[in-house]
Ligand binder design. Structure first.
Ligand code: FEO
Ligand code: CA
Ligand code: CA
Length: 746
């Protein structure tokens, strides 16, 4: 049995696990030439026409110099606040002159009839409460009458991910009175609670007396949890790979799982990325021989080796073949006469971008299979241009996974920004198009490689014989292997700079980046190690505390891409590394961006550009620098690709391309969270004066056995900040405002 899921929290982060066995190249040779790039002025007045449709900036690039950028938003010249120092305090710290308040937390009721949260492990009715591990979120404005109004600053729906729950054994221990059951099979009453707190919440927020709060009795609130019907869309709809007992026609599935980053479509819907879903499923130790087909290659590539245990034991009592399919679906072994008799294909029904209409809870969410299946993070849209296709940039967060781009077949039409059937607009732009994977070259250029079934490298891939385009969508990691995509240091969120269209990706860390490669034939690819390449150039050792060390790209970096001619359909690009995470006291061989004590960070994850101010917000989910500071959020004013220069990284001897070094005015820490949390998710009112962020899993390092002893909790936030009943720590959403009422970050 694979007991990985039962290790103490953060011993192995489920985000980290890599399963890439392909022989794709790393770039150990250093090429001499760096393509010259023209530079441009940033933040100057736009030279192109700009129009606003439904609150979305539509920038007409036509007629601009191909190398010029168009400023689509007003951009701050300086960050106008005093940096927040690093901290281990169990509080949320914001700059002088700013305030925050908690607006909702795990378990708070989402309808009038649901009881207030007692926070003692006895609560129920979780289908009508906020879920756990608040993550990515987006703001959808509402008019006074409750209609979509993307300019509204005082009333909105927020669409928010509930990614996961806090566990260090099977049980989500804070949800159960005495910590729950950690032997299998677990009681179904515990499983039902845990399945209900994963998924999505859409909830109304409204200003009362100038202050935002959530509206418990709003009839616009709704939840999507693990038993909510969801439709399969795109090439894989109806395909044999998605046939299950629940949906023999392969058109439906249930729920959306481990939702991390988000995207806001130009037509006003929520996109949510399914990230670390594989670990929730169990597979029998004998399943490979029973299957005896290419599905074994796919399952291994996506991290479900035979014999794998599930994270929470949601499969219930495996000896009871008559139990409800809401439990049986988490056991994905081949057991029945056909795929319609079991859940052998259930894993193929998860791992997608899912589109949700936040304004209409009667609409069934749609999984957009054309955009690929992997550990999705954010879905960052290019700035829409009328008459041009839309691009969506996406990362696959596991060690040595890839970066992807979706390009719609249809050109953007301004009328679609305000269409009433929003999911039909989604069908138009997200079901039909091309999926590309990124290859980063050592000379600072890159290629987007089309993952088309007609690509000979894919059609003839011996490791996994693809059947059709649906197979490519379902097994996009294998398609990326086939075309030689670049293995990255855990691509997390993506974000598009509204000032110039450049695309940023956080690469959070990679402890499997090493000095000497060792790719073995072991099916457990977590053991596979890769050397540095130009885009993932660092390998070093960090000491945590006094004794614990880790090696690799310990602190992560942020890579950025400029499409050739600023064209979202380009198949070539240039890139550089905007920032390298590091401790400010680390030597110059590690702290390549010269971060000061007001700027240093580790494991960048959440990444969002403010549409209002153009500020780039960087959030951390760290386990390396947490001996010195809790996780944090920084504000940044980046320049553009190529504004620094080539450097050689000592240790690996890699040549890479570093962004212009930050100054005290262009990068500083804005917030530090409470103990053992992650900072994640950003959205704001269109005027930039109210910012919502999430504090995920405070107190995550608490031990299951200590659940009834608050003195042993590693965090008591937010109860220690005066919010809610009980002392059990809770994931929560906060709203930040500036005391003088002006824009955040200026
Ligand atoms: Fe949910 Fe990879 O962060
Ligand atoms: Ca350290
Ligand atoms: Ca994250």
């Amino acid at each position: 049995m694979n007991d990985r899921t039962k290790l103490p929290a953060r011993s192995i982060d489920p985000d980290d696990i890599g399963h890439n066995t392909s022989a794709n190249p790393t770039f150990e040779s250093i090429l001499a030439a760096r393509l010259s790039r023209r530079t441009f002025m940033l933040g100057s007045a736009s030279s192109g026409a700009m129009a606003i449709f439904g609150g979305v900036s539509l920038t007409a690039l036509a007629g601009c110099d191909s190398d010029d950028a168009v400023a689509a938003t007003p951009t701050a010249n300086l960050l106008g606040f005093k940096a927040v120092p690093k901290s281990l305090a169990d509080v949320v710290s914001v700059p002088e002159g700013y305030s925050y308040s908690v607006i909702c937390a795990l378990g708070d009721p989402l309808r009038a009839a649901t009881a207030a949260y007692k926070n003692d492990g006895t609560d129920d009715d979780y289908e009508n409460r906020f879920g756990d591990h608040h993550d990515g979120m987006e703001y959808f404005g509402l008019s006074a009458t409750g209609a979509p109004d993307s300019s509204s600053n005082d009333r909105a729906l927020i669409g928010m991910n509930h990614e996961a729950t806090t566990n260090n054994e099977y049980s989500s221990f804070f949800l159960h009175a005495n910590g729950g059951t950690n032997t299998l099979p677990r009681p179904t009453a515990e499983l039902d609670k845990e399945m209900a707190i994963h998924g999505i919440a859409v909830f109304e927020v409204k200003k009362t007396a100038g202050k935002f709060g959530y509206v418990q009795n709003s009839n616009l609130n709704f939840r999507i949890h693990q038993n909510t019907p969801v439709e399969i869309h795109g090439p894989a709809r109806g395909n044999a790979l998605l046939v299950t007992q629940y949906s023999p026609t392969a058109q439906m599935t249930r729920g959306t799982l481990n939702n991390c980053g988000t995207g806001r479509t130009p037509w006003g819907t929520l996109l949510t990325g399914e990230e670390n879903w594989a670990g929730y499923y169990t597979r029998a130790i004998t399943d490979n021989a029973v299957r005896n087909d290419k599905s074994v290659t796919s399952l291994n590539r996506y991290g479900r080796l035979q014999g794998a245990a599930s994270r929470h034991g949601w499969e219930g009592d495996k000896t009871d073949a008559t139990r409800d399919s809401k439990y049986r679906r988490w056991e994905i072994s081949q057991t029945g006469a056909s795929a319609a008799d079991d859940y052998r294909n259930e894993l193929n029904c998860v791992g997608y971008i899912v589109e949700i209409d936040p304004y209409d809870k009667t609409k069934t969410a749609r999984k957009r299979t054309a955009m690929g299946r992997f550990a999705h993070e954010a879905a960052a849209f290019s700035t829409p241009t009328v008459g041009k296709p839309l691009a969506v940039y996406q990362g696959d967060d596991a060690r040595t996974e890839y970066i992807y781009k979706w390009v719609s077949s249809q050109n953007w039409s301004a009328a679609d920004a305000t269409a009433s059937d929003r999911l039909a607009v989604g069908d138009k732009y997200l079901d039909d198009g091309k999926l590309y994977v990124a290859k980063f070259n050592a000379d600072g250029t890159g290629n987007w490689i089309d993952l088309a079934f007609t690509n000979p490298a894919i059609a003839g891939y011996a490791t996994y014989p693809f059947a059709d385009q649906a197979d490519v969508c379902v097994n996009s990691r294998l398609a990326g292997d086939a075309v030689g995509a670049t293995k990255m240091d855990r691509p997390e969120w993506s974000a598009v700079n509204p000032a110039n269209g450049e695309i940023y990706f956080t690469l959070t860390n990679n402890t499997n980046r090493v000095a000497t490669a060792s790719v073995t034939t072991d099916a457990d690819t977590t053991k596979h190690k890769l050397t540095a390449d130009a885009a993932n150039p660092r390998v070093y050792t960090d000491v945590k505390g006094t004794t614990s060390t880790s090696t690799g790209n310990v602190n992560g970096h942020i890579v950025r891409i400029k499409e050739t001619n600023s064209d979202v359909t380009a198949t070539t690009f240039t890139w550089d590394v905007y920032l390298f995470g590091a401790e400010s006291t680390a030597g110059s061989a590690i702290n390549l961006s010269n971060l000061t004590a007001d700027q240093d960070f580790s494991s960048p994850d959440g990444l969002v550009f403010s549409p209002s101010t153009g500020i780039c917000w960087i959030q951390t989910d760290d386990g390396a620098y947490t001996d010195v500071t809790n996780c944090m959020m920084l504000a940044a004013l980046p320049g553009q690709v190529g504004d620094g220069g080539a450097i050689t990284v000592s240790g690996t001897n890699m040549t890479t391309y570093r962004g212009k070094l930050p100054t005290a005015d262009t990068l500083k820490r804005f917030l530090v969270g409470p103990s053992a949390c992650e900072i994640t998710g950003v959205c704001e009112s269109p005027d930039g004066k109210a910012m919502f962020i999430n504090i995920q899993h405070p107190g995550e390092s608490t031990k299951t056995a200590d659940v009834t002893d608050p003195t042993k909790y590693t965090s008591k936030w937010p109860s220690n900040a005066g919010y809610g009943a009980g002392q059990r720590p809770r994931s929560a959403t906060i709203v930040i405002t500036k005391n003088d009422g002006s824009k955040i970050g200026y």
